[in-house]
Design a protein around this ligand. Structure first.
Ligand code: PLP
Length: 439
């Protein structure tokens, strides 16, 4: 069947669906970025997906670079994941009683990430971050948390913080409903700035429970840690008795089998996971050094619980996804396809005279519409300086060409094992045409 895209594309079904949703759901969506606020226009509603392809409610098809914001590393409706889930669903979806899949997934994760000696499953990345922060505070007997400006750790109250009078000070709430008293213990520094990290840990010596960060950032678009940054943080945390809490919800099993911590050779004290380890079902997890994890209830006094945590469906989807990733050559193929996409985007931009910087780590990447070609994007200030209007035009040109990108300049694109050479080439052709129309 011929692919229905571009000029033949009608989105009347999505428009109707959005009107209906908007009447009963805030902004018509279940999570803000989906509403297209940053790029304008009507969100496209998806009916089904397979491999790298999405089909919307009007029958239009798109190559997908959202991948549910990371989990679908093996592609949509991967046949092995579907087979495992189909087998399990007839045997019960949740018991609220232990099942054997939990320990199987735990062992697989512990085998991949040496920093994790024990793990607790939860249902989202937000829960993972919230619980890991509680544990860090309990383990150190300290209240303060250092966070990097622009990093996202879910909608945890104490992490919804914006810089006040500058870095190195207490933040103020970035959302109504978050009390000042909750953010008073959150200190902000710039990502990739080791001096600021040192200064804040010295200024608040003996008071910081954890330095929390995305080791490779995905939530300002992709930002890459500078040489020595993560290693420097490791040393500083050890020196000041603060825990290094790596939020690998996005990067875990995404940038490599052992996550960003393996790729960059830095061992954190606590780790948050999510996305890939649930293979598209709702899962989060936090783990780390045994002596800390044994403080979690019921082994220890730090309370944390969950009705649906460790349910057999989510564990099964995660396990079968990790089994796919474990196969020889899987990450190499992801790397090669992603490199091909990066190179194609750079060439397309260069040919069209569009200044571009592409940040990529493994199969997550962001093309930034910078002011001068190749200008480094390394932190919040350099990310937000990008041309969001140009990104919006690019986004819509890609969408009408049959490529569904994350609808914001400040998100990562995700490549999956289902993105073949041909799919990447097709994407590059659409991008080459799009780049010509956005200056
Ligand atoms: N931490 C990071 C690094 C994330 O990227 C996200 C979500 O994108 C979260 C935490 C929150 O995860 P969830 O949306 O599953 O609550």
């Amino acid at each position: 069947m011929a692919k229905k895209v571009a000029s033949s594309r009608s989105i009347s079904g999505s428009e109707a669906a959005f009107a209906r949703s908007s009447a009963v759901m805030p902004g018509g969506v279940s999570s803000p970025v989906r509403a297209f606020k940053a790029v304008g226009g009507t969100p496209i509603f998806i009916r089904e997906a397979e491999g790298s392809q999405l089909t919307d409610v009007d029958g239009n098809q798109y190559i997908d670079y959202i991948g549910s914001y990371g989990p679908l590393i093996a592609g949509h409706a991967n046949e092995r994941v579907v087979a495992a889930l189909s087998k399990q669903i007839g045997r019960g979806s949740s018991f609220g009683i232990p099942n054997e899949f939990e320990a199987q997934l735990a062992e697989k994760i512990i085998g991949a990430l040496p920093a994790i000696e024990m793990i607790r499953f939860v249902n989202s990345g937000t829960e993972a971050a919230m619980s890991a922060i509680r544990l860090a505070r309990a383990a150190t007997g300290r209240d303060m948390i250092v966070k990097c400006i622009g990093c996202y750790h879910g909608h945890v109250d104490s992490m919804l913080v914006q810089a006040g009078s500058g870095a190195l000070t207490h933040g103020s709430p970035s959302s109504p409903g978050v009390p000042e008293s909750t953010t008073r213990n959150t200190l902000l520094v710039n990502y990739n700035n080791l001096d600021e990290a040192r200064q804040v840990l010295e200024k608040y010596t003996g008071q910081v429970a954890a330095f929390v960060l995305e080791p490779v950032v995905g939530n300002m678009g992709v930002l890459i840690p500078k040489d020595g940054y993560l290693q420097g943080l490791r040393q500083l945390c050890t020196q000041h008795g603060a825990l290094l809490l790596m939020d690998e919800v996005m990067t875990g099993f995404r940038v490599g089998w052992s996550g960003a911590q393996g790729r960059f050779g830095v061992r954190p004290d606590l780790v948050c996971l999510g996305k890939v380890i649930g293979g598209g079902l709702p899962v989060g997890a936090y783990g780390g050094i045994r002596k800390y994890m044994e403080m979690i209830s019921p082994s220890g006094p730090v309370y944390q619980a969950g009705t649906l945590s460790g349910n057999p469906l989510a564990m099964t989807a995660g396990l079968s996804t990790l089994e796919i990733l474990e196969e020889p050559g899987c990450y190499e193929a992801l790397e090669a396809r992603s490199e091909q996409l990066e190179a194609g985007l750079k060439k397309a931009a260069h040919d069209a005279g569009v200044p571009l910087t592409v940040n990529r780590v493994g199969s997550m990447l962001t093309p930034f519409f910078v002011a001068s070609d190749g200008a480094p994007v390394t932190d919040y200030a350099s990310a937000v300086a990008c041309n969001t209007g140009r990104f919006g035009r690019f986004f819509h040109a890609m969408l009408s060409g049959g490529v569904y990108l994350p609808p914001s300049q400040f998100e990562a694109w995700f490549v999956s094992t289902a993105h073949t050479n041909e799919i990447i080439e097709e994407t590059i052709e659409v991008a080459s045409r799009a780049m010509q129309r956005i200056l």
